[in-house]
Write a protein that binds this ligand. Structure first.
Ligand code: MN
Length: 243
């Protein structure tokens, strides 16, 4: 059986190169390592103009990666001074990717910015700057947990993790405000929403960075294992003729 093919979205950043300052595709290898270790074949999908509506037809799953902030205009606000790294080209591309994924019922794992994007596409909104983000932007190593989360019972996340409380890392200065339509909260840290899932689509989204913990933390590995296994089922159900 071939590995399920997992599309991974990626940041685009203007970086200094031998050619001058150029737009670059730049993704931490932790994402692709975690997917590969779980049995998936990751494929980074770069930001391109006018993505075709069937871009994800060849794939079995989608990971929406982290990165800079979404343009607050997507949820009807002007950016305040805390907002950083806005790339409207990336926003537009990932919104199209997500619509395509949902239309074909593709399994989606959305991480950090990815979770915020899912909420905004579902017509939710974001807090542009959490009042006190000291607990949520850690200075300890990225594989170490910064805070506790309480997992909502009867969610897919609870089923995957098999426990009511977990400890996760944290690198976000924004958080979900209004929850989008058709979504439910799957985990919280106090008032901060730390995970959501779609009510009628295989979409799981987390505010933390499980890929940074996966090499050393069995619980975070289980998130990727469950996601790749859902992608393998998707592949079996939709691509029989290709096997
Ligand atoms: Mn957090």
């Amino acid at each position: 059986m071939p590995r399920p093919l997992i599309a991974v979205s990626t940041p685009i950043e203007t970086l200094s190169t031998p050619f001058g300052d150029r737009d670059c595709t730049k993704l931490a290898t932790a994402y692709t390592d975690a997917i590969y270790a779980a049995g998936g074949q990751p494929a980074i999908v770069p930001v391109t103009a006018d993505p075709p509506p069937d871009l994800l037809a060849r794939f079995d799953g989608l990971v929406l990666s982290g990165g800079g902030d979404l343009d607050p205009r997507l949820y009807g606000e002007e950016p305040d001074s805390s907002v950083y790294g806005i790339r409207p080209d990336r926003d537009t591309f990932e919104v199209a990717l997500y619509h395509d994924a949902v239309a074909r019922e593709l399994p989606v794992l959305a991480i950090c910015r990815g979770m915020q994007l899912v909420n905004v596409v579902h017509r939710g909104s974001l807090i542009q700057q959490i009042e006190d983000d000291t607990d949520h932007w850690q200075t300890i190593a990225s594989h170490e947990a910064a805070h506790k989360i309480e997992i909502s019972p009867d969610t897919r996340l609870a089923g995957v993790l098999g426990q009511a409380v977990a400890r996760v890392n944290s690198y976000h200065h924004q958080a979900l405000k209004d929850l989008g339509l058709g979504l439910r909260v799957a985990a919280r840290c106090g008032a901060v929403i730390e995970a959501i899932e779609a009510e009628d689509a295989p979409v799981l989204a987390v505010q933390w960075h499980p890929e940074q913990m996966a090499a050393t933390d069995q619980l975070q590995r289980s998130l990727f294992a469950a996601f790749v296994s859902t992608a393998a089922e998707y592949r079996n159900n939709t691509k029989q003729e290709m096997n």
